[in-house]
Design a protein around this ligand. Sequence first.
Ligand code: TPW
Length: 553
Amino acid sequence: MTLGLALLRALKNHGAQEIFGIPGDFILPLFKQIEESNILPLVTLSHEPALGFAADAAARMHCGLGVVAVTYGAGALNVVNAVASAYAERSPLVILAGCPGEVEAHSGLVLHHQVRHIDSQWRIFSEITCDQVRLSNPETAPKDIARVLRNCLELSQPVLIEVPRDMTLHPMAEVPVLPPSAFSADAVAECADEWMARIQAAQRPVLVVDVEVRRFGIEARVAELARRLQLPVLTTFMGRGLLADDGVHSGVQLHGTYLGVAGAPETSALLDDSDLPVMLGAILSDNNFGVSAQRMDFRRALIAAHREARVGHHLYQNIPLAALVEALLERAPAAGQRAAHAQPPRLEYPTGLVADDAPVCAADLSRALNDRILAHGPMNIVSDIGDCLFAAMELMPTPLVAPGYYATMGFGVPAGIGAQVATGQRSLILVGDGAFQMTGWELGNCPRLGLDPIVIVLNNQTWEMIRAFQTESRCAALGDWHLADAADALGGRGHRVHTRAQFKAALDAAYAERGRFQLIELMVPPGDSTPTLRRFSEGIRALRARAAAAATT
Ligand code: TPW
């Protein structure tokens, strides 16, 4: 077998389902093998950042590997921000990057796409990947690839596989699938004992779930734990959409998302006043927890993430999240054993869009979509960063993919494309006009790829989030790009919407027509924002002012 084929088979054997790629001469031999072998389908897009976002979303939907294939230097460095996002947000991406062969690397000439050293690409990616291998030695490559792919999955972070241009056709043995990395069952048991003792002694424990719970495919097990321990559950901002599946969350006291000063007071109090937050898979970021009215004291929490578990000042290392959850389940009361099964709370969601001639506003977005969810059930929502993500916080339980922590713009459209490739189900993409300007052009690939996502552009003709945080900024104005017209030109259908009645009609028409992407351009006035963004920006400003005042006294 050739090295290229063995690599593709290894990817497939580790769960990869497709490759998002843009070719270049340093990786062309591998592209030839991808196309000829039919081991994994190849999806090409227009610009490398989009490949990274699409593969990231595919990985999130699959709860498994997402794969990107790019050429050396210019291609690989174009995907850096998307890989950094996946690194920060724990998404298991494999970056297959071309690189020079041994002979040409020492030709005495500087090669095209070479930044500084032949190794510059490797060095840059070392910062944003959890493991790397260059396939220059076919003897050691099978075990190196196996190690790198196992790390990708177990740490749920990107890895780099450099494929030297002259190695693709070199003979190589099959790549093994390694057994899971060893960990100490005793350590897991001791940790679970300590956690259970604390949970049983706590007055107001609360379970906080974040993205790793999905990455490691244990949502149903975590829901079971919440039911058996009768713990109220919050998701983090980043973890919004977790446990959204009806079958998973039934009987769970899911109280929505922790938004601190921007959230409903009873919801925020669950965590703010808890004497024992139990945090599973949580990223301790400012977006998740910085919105708390008080500075959060994480020493009072039980935290398991990134193969570590904490109890007060104790730190257990090399603890897989899934193993800890299983150990907790072994110690939890059996189902139904606890009296008075607490009912899930009734959360209030905005619904009931009035289809009249009043101008449409940002608050109408969640109203219209909740009406849709009520009538037709949950849908796969992919959101960019911007006010649209705050609108997503107002939605009824439905799967959501968004860059809620790293917060990179430009994610929405390509990630929505990646999500539809991965699931075969229509994506609903939420994006602001500013973020759309970055990567919205990728929609032009939809007709060729047979994809028909529905895209709602919240067009306020500004970088509204920027304006919300710094109202005096004039640079945030974007002008009117008439994006609905562009949609028609790219092979989709555009709907420019000014009133609530037009919004309702456009949504109905968009859902009714399959086979073409739909772009609903929601024309809202600059300065208008969702109630959630308003509370968030006011809350953050107040917290900052308080911190500044405290610093000067
Ligand atoms: C890659 C900084 C965060 S939000 C935002 C900027 C510029 C404005 C978004 O404007 P948009 O949405 O899309 O029109 P809305 O609702 O606010 O009007 N560059 C990158 N990522 C980030 N996060 C920024 C800049 C930013």
